[in-house]
Structures are given as C-alpha cells and as structure tokens.
Design a protein around this ligand. Sequence first.
Ligand code: S3P
Length: 172
Amino acid sequence: MAGNSKRIYLIGFMGSGKTSLVKRLANKLGYEWRDIDADIESATEMDIPAIFSEHGEDYFRKLEAQFLRTTGLEENMVVSCGGGTPCFEGNMLWMNENGITIYLEMTPKAIYSRIKDQLETRPLLQKIPEDKLLDHITEMLEQRLPFYEQSQLTISGLTYKLPELVETIKSR
Ligand code: S3P
C-alpha cells in the first residue's frame, strides 16, 4: 500500500502554507480535502489553543493520531496535517504506509515572518518572546526534520509549481 496516491498527506512546520496548498491541490486533482486541526476543532467544539490549555499537549496528540487514522477510510483525498503530526504516535510511518507524503519545506526565517503576527492560534509559540522566536523556530524545526525528511516528496514552500506537483503525483 506504500505510496498509495489516493491519499495525500501534506506535512510541514506551522506557517509553511499547508492550508492554502491543500485546497489548491485537491481542486487540481479533483479530490476532497481535510484538515486534521479543523476536524479536531469541530468534533470537540473547542479551538486548538483551548484544547492545549484545558487538556494539555498529550491529550491533543492522542486526538490528532486518532483523527489522522480516520483518513485511512477515505480515498481521493488530500489531508493537511498539523506541524507536529509527523512527530508523534508513529504517525509518519502510518502516513507513509497509507498514502503519499509531501513535505512543504520552508526556512526558519520565512516561517518566522509568516507567523509572527498570528501567534494567538499557535499554543506552542504563543508564550515565546518575539526576540527569541526565530531561534525557537530554528531549534524546533531542527528537532522535527528527522520526521519531515521521511516524506516521499519534498517541495519548496516558497517556489513550488502546482502543475509540476500534480504531474509528479499522477505519475506515481
Ligand atoms: C502544531 C501545529 C498546529 C496545531 C497545533 C500544534 C505543532 O498546526 O496542530 O497548534 O505541533 O506544530 P499548524 O501547523 O496548521 O499551525
């Protein structure tokens, strides 16, 4: 089942552009799309920061892994994961066995400038002072790279070309 093109998982750090790409890619392929964070928010009727503050990160990671696995029942679907999804609960292995994984790569500086004004929706970065934010992102990204790098495809979040990506997926 490895590399099953009927399911595509978009992974990458917070702010790397997964939410926008999931819709554009699904549209081009004629697939449905899902967003794991949005699914969790609608099922729990809580937003992500509230889940972290009321129940803690471990609880969120369990939910995330459960919702991710429900996508295994779907076909012709592009799934946008949270930035941490590949790094917990054996999720990266599971995604690689159940679909095509695409890592949307972006430098810490680009991530920093894209998310510095949207920290209220990101519980893991909310409390970091702005002058330490770039270093913090750099460190977190370094820790997560071993997981992100297990993806089957890697594209640049800043310069990828959608038609080329679609062709690559179709040829698999
Ligand atoms: C997280 C990223 C968030 C969300 C949660 C945890 C992470 O998703 O799942 O705040 O661990 O990087 P986005 O990458 O969509 O911001």
